[in-house]
Design a protein around this ligand. Structure first.
Ligand SMILES: C[S@@+](CC[C@H](N)C(=O)[O-])C[C@H]1O[C@@H](n2cnc3c(N)ncnc32)[C@H](O)[C@@H]1O
Length: 215
């Protein structure tokens, strides 16, 4: 597929995020500290912008459902040693215990969280580390305020799904596997503990909320 056939808004977003990831002085830059991990997996990687910012490793892999973003990443953003593949976070095409470090940067809110964190746990090696960056409630709240009727109904679903996630650690999928929710510390603690993670810790930055855990 040619560049012009790609979804422009998604590509613009990924281009912007790539610029931020490369600019170490930008206050919006949020790149996980992968320490000495040799094998790294980015779930919902877009064009691979964060993998690129992490720097050279033995193995850097990203997966996403957005074929256009992956194609853009392969042609423009991804560096040597980065492999980008089409896959769902809820069904990872990797062997058990195959990565040292797994992360997902503002992509988990669009996934069926229990299924996705269970897959993250499966592909991490024992003692492997997990890092997640999540949205604050401000994002769906703004979508609700600014949206048309359809947008408001969808934002209401996201907020209700977030309340359900808060109490149960589970999420409702819509048709064709679509899922979106708001995350809370409580919900994340329940979902990650249920999947088998330990050492769960939270941090709030100006723009995001991050979670770390170990397998
Ligand atoms: C807000 S973007 C974040 C992209 C990138 N991680 C970043 O930090 O800029 C969310 C990404 O999640 C991807 N995504 C949504 N649902 C997904 C799923 N079920 N499995 C894998 N990727 C998914 C989208 O295609 C999109 O690229």
């Amino acid at each position: 597929m040619t560049q012009t056939a790609m979804n422009t808004s998604s590509i613009e977003y990924h281009e912007g995020e790539l610029r931020i990831a490369r600019d170490t002085t930008n206050p919006q830059r949020l790149v996980p500290d992968a320490e000495d991990a040799a094998s790294i997996l980015d779930i919902g990687c877009g064009a691979g912008q964060t993998l690129l910012a992490i720097g050279a490793r033995k193995r850097r892999v990203g997966i996403d459902i957005d074929i256009n973003a992956l194609e853009f990443g392969r042609s423009r953003a991804a560096g040597p040693g980065i492999q980008l593949a089409a896959a769902r976070g809820e069904n990872l095409p990797f062997a058990d215990r195959s990565f040292d470090f797994v992360y997902s940067r503002v992509a988990l809110p669009y996934m069926d969280i229990p299924a996705a964190v269970s897959e993250m746990h499966r592909v991490l090696r024992p003692d492997g580390r997990l890092w997640l960056a999540l949205h604050s409630v401000a994002i769906p709240a703004a979508q609700f305020r600014r949206g048309n009727l359809k947008g408001r109904v969808y934002a209401a679903y996201t907020i209700i799904n977030g309340l359900w996630f808060h109490v149960s650690g589970r999420t409702f999928r819509l048709k064709r596997g679509m899922c979106e929710s708001i995350q809370t510390k409580r919900g994340m603690r329940v979902a990650l503990s249920r999947a088998g993670f330990s050492n769960i810790a939270f941090q709030r930055t100006e723009y995001h909320f991050t979670v770390t855990a170990t397998r």
